[in-house]
Every structure is written in C-alpha cells, then in structure tokens.
Design a protein around this ligand. Structure first.
Ligand SMILES: Nc1nc2c(ncn2[C@@H]2O[C@H](COP(=O)(O)OP(=O)(O)OP(=O)(O)O)[C@@H](O)[C@H]2O)c(=O)[nH]1
Ligand SMILES: [Mg+2]
Length: 221
C-alpha cells in the first residue's frame, strides 16, 4: 500500500519535471534564435540578487533585460527599471521557485526583438532548495551566497550548489565584521562541484563586479 503511494508520487513528480524540461528546451531554443544569452540567479532571500542585477545594469544598460521572480510585489522589477533595464515581474502567489512555463509566459509579454538586447537575467524566488530542481532554459546557472549567511551553507544545500556553473560570493565589504571563511566556502563548493567558477563581489560597492560582468559577456561575445 505504502509502496503504491510512493510509486504514484514518483510518477506525478516525474511527469511534472518532464513537462518543465520540455518548456525549458523550448525557451532555450527561442532565446538562441534571438541571440540572447540567459542567466538564472538563485540564492536565499536577501543575499543580494537584485543588487547584483542593479550593478550589472550599469555595465550592460539596455543590452540586458530582466525577469524578476517573487512571491508577491513588483518591487524588484521597479528597482531594475529604475536602473535602466527592461524588467518583467512574475508574482508566483506562493510558489517558492520559478518554472520554465512561467518564464515562457513572461517572455511572451516582453519586448525581446531589439537588436541591442543580448542578455536575459532571471532572478529566481529567494530560496536555496526549490529553484534548484527547475531548468528555466538558461545558459548559465549562478548561485549567490552572501557573507552574512555563513560559510557553512554550501554543504547544507547541495541540490543547489552542486548544480551551479558559477558561485558568486556577495557582500564582501562585510567580511571584516564577520567570521565567514571564503576559502572554506570555495573548497566545499568545489568538493560538490569541481568545475564551478567563483567570483567574490560586493554589489554595494561595485568591488569585483566589472570582472564578473566581463566574464558573463565573454561567454557569448
Ligand atoms: N553590505 C552589503 N549589502 C548588500 C550587498 N548586496 C546587497 N546588499 C543589501 O542586502 C539587502 C538585500 O538585497 P537584495 O538585492 O534585495 O536581495 P535579494 O537577494 O534580491 O532579495 P530577495 O529578492 O528578497 O530574495 C539590501 O538591503 C541590499 O542593500 C553588498 O554587496 N553589501
Ligand atoms: Mg530580489
């Protein structure tokens, strides 16, 4: 009886994931056709995803568009628009992650035909667990960890940190005030994910942001 329920649960989960993967593949093809390179930014709430994107907006300007994912409010999209980029807000109404279908729907509403547009950044809902299971059709999956969260988080949330291409450690300006061990965080991330690339930045002061933006641009130019 119990085995039967577990089997049914696995069937349903598998079918939802297959559907997501189909939409993700569709998104990837659509974006490739338009020559747009896509990032999926994932972190806990408040690690600095929107601040990183505001800083990136200074570098990329209208070459970048942003999809914002939050449970509620347009606050992050408003911040990105203020920073000079096109932004579309997805309010999930409770879901703790974005999925590829929601991203497809957002893209349908956006102006993605501009010749100068080359980068789409997707800010996922703040969460270290749920977003990691959903491919959105991105080219690069970026995990953000901020110094105040503590250097022990990577091994506690392996589903995210083992599947990212790039680790960005943010809020480096706070390092002198906290006991975050940068080498430990990097070492633990590489133990899960040997090929991960690492950037240390402060989105607030701009430290390390030019190097990070140069890297993003070098992936498609
Ligand atoms: N000191 C410092 N503060 C930062 C830095 N980056 C972001 N913050 C602050 O951290 C807070 C949260 O930043 P957000 O960019 O809103 O974080 P977020 O990850 O987008 O948050 P959610 O969208 O709610 O998940 C804000 O008060 C930022 O000003 C940084 O590099 N240094
Ligand atoms: Mg945000």
């Amino acid at each position: 009886m119990c085995d039967e329920i577990i089997e049914q649960k696995i069937d349903i989960t598998t079918s939802v994931m297959n559907k997501n993967d189909l939409f993700a593949a569709e998104n990837r093809g659509f974006l490739k056709g338009k020559g747009i390179y896509t990032l999926n930014l994932i972190s806990s709430p408040g690690a600095g995803k929107t601040t990183v994107l505001e800083s990136m907006a200074h570098y990329f300007g209208s070459r970048m568009a942003v999809i914002e994912g939050d449970i509620q409010t347009r606050r992050d999209a408003e911040r990105i628009e203020k920073a000079g980029c096109q932004a579309w807000q997805i309010e999930t109404g409770g879901a703790c992650h974005l999925d590829a279908h929601a991203v497809k729907h957002a893209m349908d509403q956006m102006e993605l035909d501009s010749d100068i547009l080359e980068l789409l950044a997707i800010e996922n809902v703040g969460n270290l667990i749920c977003p990691s299971g959903y491919d959105l059709g991105e080219n690069l999956r970026i995990g953000l960890l901020s110094v105040p969260e503590g250097d022990d988080k990577i091994l506690k949330y392996p589903s995210l940190f083992s599947t990212i291409n790039v680790l960005v450690i943010n809020k480096m300006d706070l390092l002198p005030h906290l006991d975050f061990d940068v080498d430990r965080a990097i070492e633990e991330c590489r133990s899960l994910n040997p090929d991960v690339l690492v950037f240390t930045v402060s989105a607030k002061t701009g430290e390390g942001m030019e190097e990070f933006c140069d890297f993003v641009e070098s992936n498609y130019s």
